[in-house]
Design a protein around this ligand. Structure first.
Ligand code: FES
Length: 90
């Protein structure tokens, strides 16, 4: 699975570094192996928003990602799609 966080200027202004940091923390907290989830920075996705960062998770573009909603997005879009995710979701 690949997570590409937009590092375009609009998303940088709206917290791309903080969102990236939180994704890294979540990957570490859930002890997800680096072979299972790759985290990368990417170019503008063309869906710049005033409310957050755009993130591409395995080809699905998600907009308005912030440090406040990234945990829920991670659980829904990442953990649920990993084969052993049921162990993690409470
Ligand atoms: S700068 Fe991130 S979608 Fe445009």
């Amino acid at each position: 699975m690949k997570i590409i966080i937009c590092m375009g200027s609009s998303c940088l202004l709206r917290g791309a570094y903080q969102v990236t940091k939180r994704f890294n923390e979540l990957i570490s907290e859930y002890r997800i192996h680096e072979d299972e989830v790759k985290l990368e920075g990417g170019y503008c996705n063309g869906i710049c928003s005033s409310d957050g960062v755009s993130v591409n998770i395995n080809g699905e573009l998600i907009h308005d990602v912030t440090v406040d909603n990234v945990d829920g997005i991670f659980k829904e879009k990442v953990l649920r799609k990993l084969k052993y995710s049921d162990l993690y979701i409470h």
